[in-house]
Design a binder for this molecule. Structure first.
Ligand code: NAD
Ligand code: GLY
Length: 363
């Protein structure tokens, strides 16, 4: 087992990564302070892993809240179900919420924990690769709005993140690939040696090699923890760099209808769009962009944006959280391994948005 630390002063917390951690009460119980525990999961994950987790909680008053599965249920209406479960059980302020699931369950559970009685404890037990390498760490929580992705939420750090790598054996291949998009992101924004490691090991990762996946999770969490420790609340542009590809990607997710494209798929295409725009700005070479494209394609990720009008892209992008004084700012690449937040000339942005399948292959 590897243990990393997210260094946030008195709110610091460990990330435990290893096989068979789900039932490890010794890792969970030190972070639960009252006797009431609500495990939030969904109808896909609960039948697979709820019993093992509950087995580690003997002696506690454990209730469960099982949500419908899907990004399209990550909304205020379904968030309310968690509050109903808490109130029906008469849970009080010393209760703990445990998120057992992917990023959707994690984001919703964290938001509920932040709001219930003005804040109760919360633990992340992520079960997708994407949640293990990204969403479970760092305390961004929230839900979607019909008009914008992740537009309603708060920062709420968990007490501990428990990453059981065994659960990845049941993850559908498409979800594993979507998680790899966020893994590749760390290489592109700040860790060139990791990018090269990924290029070498992508076949093994896709084949589900457990030790390679554990190593990818460890390196991703190390990168994420370092960024979060330096800029927890995204006050500077540092944490915003974690959003490479997300402004384009969120526009795809919102525009195509939540759930049509997986978050990681939209981020993958968005990262190539960001690389393409960086090339148009003269920062990346065509070979650099081809290198990004090749890795994403080898990881089985989509690189062609959907048929969406430039105006529609721009409309969805205009509600991005990085917009300042009405001006769109994007995460772009000054070099591979070195991301920056920058505005872009409208004509270059429009060229990227209208490039379609030519994206990233212009010479
Ligand atoms: P998800 O939560 O929808 O999970 C993907 C699918 O895998 C679901 O059908 C789920 O039921 C299933 N699943 C989960 N674990 C499984 C397992 N072990 N075996 C079999 N099936 C399993 O999607 P996701 O990709 O985990 O997360 C995407 C969400 O995370 C998006 O809403 C995105 O906005 C959010 N996100 C948040 C942050 C953050 O910092 N908070 C970062 C990145 C993404
Ligand atoms: N996933 C982006 C962030 O946590 O900041």
């Amino acid at each position: 087992m590897h243990t990393l630390n997210v260094a946030l002063g008195h709110r610091s917390y460990p990330i435990h990564i290893g096989a068979g951690l789900l039932g490890r009460s010794d890792l969970l119980l030190p972070h639960i302070h009252g006797r009431q525990v609500l495990v939030v999961s969904n109808e896909t994950v609960a039948p697979l892993y709820l019993d093992a987790l509950i087995g580690a909680l003997s002696g506690y008053h454990v209730a469960t809240c099982i949500l419908p599965d899907g990004e399209s249920f990550k909304d205020l209406q379904h968030l309310d179900r968690i509050f109903t479960c808490l109130l029906e059980q008469r849970f009080n302020r010393d209760c703990t919420l445990i998120a057992l699931g992917g990023g959707v369950v994690g984001d919703m559970t964290g938001f509920a924990a932040a709001a219930y009685q003005r804040g109760v404890d919360f633990i992340q037990v992520p079960t997708t690769l994407l949640a293990q390498v990204d969403s479970s760490v760092g305390g961004k929580t929230g839900v979607n709005h019909a008009l914008g992705k992740n537009m309603i939420g708060v920062f709420k750090q968990p007490n501990v993140v428990l990453i059981d790598t065994d659960v990845l054996t049941t993850l559908p291949a498409r979800e594993l690939k979507a998680g790899l998009a966020e893994v590749i992101k760390y290489g592109l924004i700040r860790d060139l040696p990791f990018l090269a490691w990924l290029e070498q090991n992508i076949p093994g990762l896709l084949a589900g090699d457990a030790s390679l996946l554990a190593e990818a999770i460890r390196q991703s969490c190390e990168n994420k923890a370092a960024v979060v420790a330096a800029d927890e609340l995204e006050k500077s542009d540092l944490r915003a760099l974690l959003n490479l590809g997300h402004t384009f990607g969120h526009a795809i997710e919102t525009g195509m209808g939540y759930g049509a494209w997986l978050h990681g798929e939209a981020v993958a295409t968005g990262m190539l769009m960001a690389a393409d725009l960086s090339m148009r700005l003269g920062w990346l070479s065509a070979d650099d962009v081809l290198r990004v494209r090749t890795l994403l394609v080898r990881a089985g990720l989509p690189v062609d944006p959907p048929q969406m009008a430039v105006e529609e892209f721009l409309q969805h992008m205009s509600v991005d959280k990085k917009v300042k004084e009405g001006r769109l700012r994007l995460v772009l690449l000054q070099a591979l391994g070195h991301a920056v937040v920058s505005e872009a000339p409208p004509e270059l942005l429009c060229a990227t948005l209208s490039a379609g399948s030519a994206l990233g292959v212009l010479k």
